[in-house]
Design a protein around this ligand. Structure first.
Ligand SMILES: Nc1nc2c(c(=O)[nH]1)N[C@H]1C(S)=C(S)[C@@H](COP(=O)(O)O)O[C@H]1N2
Ligand SMILES: [Mo]
Length: 319
């Protein structure tokens, strides 16, 4: 997302669309209708250590309240166009991300809570009610996709964690393990990846904890086993592979802010009228098509979230 070399948004749209490349390379899998994680093997044929113990929870029932008017981005495209700097600064990082070990996996709740606790991902999944939501995702790099996530409202996780009333922000952290994630050996970046939301944002009905996608457990390259998705904000807010959740009084400084605060802020709400310092945010490339469509305020989710920002107009809400 930063300087130094040619990134997705700098190359012509036609080249930035990985569809043709992908379909040639993976046509066998794609033709069979199998996703990368689903593979052509029956589930029982997988080695025990590779089997995802949560596979039986998917697919979950879709919540139609959040259905959007765009076609869902094909899995084979989404699965090969990712931002996950722990694995690569290139979009094609699916193979590298298979090094991510998602079991055992725990999430530690701390900071301003009634009592700190640590929960295993499978126990957490048992405690939460899963549903599918089709959400638009708009990256700050001006590309977008439409994704059938499965998960549960972040509000439910907040209730589960029991924060104290003085907590003002939620802070979420990705794992830190340079042996498992070679990108974390790059000292230029402020690892681990951190993101934050106000408590009002975190308990807004749209804020979603994602544990599955395309009707099965979340793919590793998309931030398995648990990541955030806040569809009205630029994609960098949607932190992946979370291991730590703290409730705090001070506004967390996120990963991209730490790196380049002149370009990336805390709020990061989508707004076509506020350009990034180096490019316009007025339109976006829809992954999987050659279409460039106008970007919408709050990525089209204004009816759900605009009220959150009343009285905050003096803040850098859109970067
Ligand atoms: N830990 C971590 N989380 C991350 C990122 C990252 O590099 N590391 N990239 C962010 C950005 S910029 C985007 S656009 C989305 C991409 O999610 P996707 O790969 O599932 O499309 O993840 C976000 N979460
Ligand atoms: Mo992004």
């Amino acid at each position: 997302m930063l300087i130094r070399r040619k990134k997705g948004w700098e190359i012509p749209e036609r080249e930035a669309t990985p569809e043709s490349v992908f379909l040639n390379r993976r046509d066998l899998l794609a033709a069979g209708g199998f996703g990368l994680a689903g593979f052509a093997l029956p589930r029982g044929a997988l080695a025990a250590e590779d089997a995802d113990p949560s596979a039986g929870l998917y697919p979950a029932k879709r919540n139609d309240r959040y259905t959007v008017d765009r076609p869902i981005t094909p899995e084979e495209i989404n699965a090969h166009y990712n931002n996950f700097y722990e694995y690569s600064t290139d979009k094609e990082l699916a193979d590298a991300a298979q090094a991510l070990k998602t079991r055992p996996w725990t999430i530690a709740f701390g900071g301003m809570v009634e009592a700190p606790r640590t929960v295993g991902i499978d126990d957490l999944l048992k405690a939460m009610k899963l549903e599918e939501r089709v959400y638009r995702h708009r990256c700050v790099e001006a590309w977008s996709m439409t994704v059938p996530w499965t998960g549960f409202p972040l509000a439910d996780l907040v209730a589960y964690a029991k924060p104290l009333s003085g907590a003002k922000y939620i802070r979420m952290e990705t794992f830190m393990n340079p042996e498992m994630a070679p990108g974390q050996n790059q000292p230029f970046y402020p690892w681990p990846y951190v993101e934050g939301l106000t408590m009002a944002e975190a308990t807004n009905e749209l804020a979603f904890m994602v544990t599955g996608v395309y009707g099965k457990p979340l793919l590793k390259q998309m931030g398995a086993p648990i990541r955030l998705h806040t569809p009205w904000k630029y994609g960098f807010k949607s932190v992946k592979s979370i291991v730590k959740i703290d409730f705090v009084e001070e506004q967390p400084l996120n990963f991209w802010q730490q790196l380049q605060s002149s370009e990336y802020g805390f709020w990061a709400n989508v707004n076509p009228e506020v350009p990034h310092p180096r490019w316009s945010q007025a339109s976006e490339t829809v992954l999987g098509s050659n279409e460039r469509v106008p970007t919408q305020l709050f990525n089209g989710y204004a009816p759900f979230v605009a009220d959150l920002y009343k009285g905050l107009q003096d803040q850098p809400l859109y970067m």
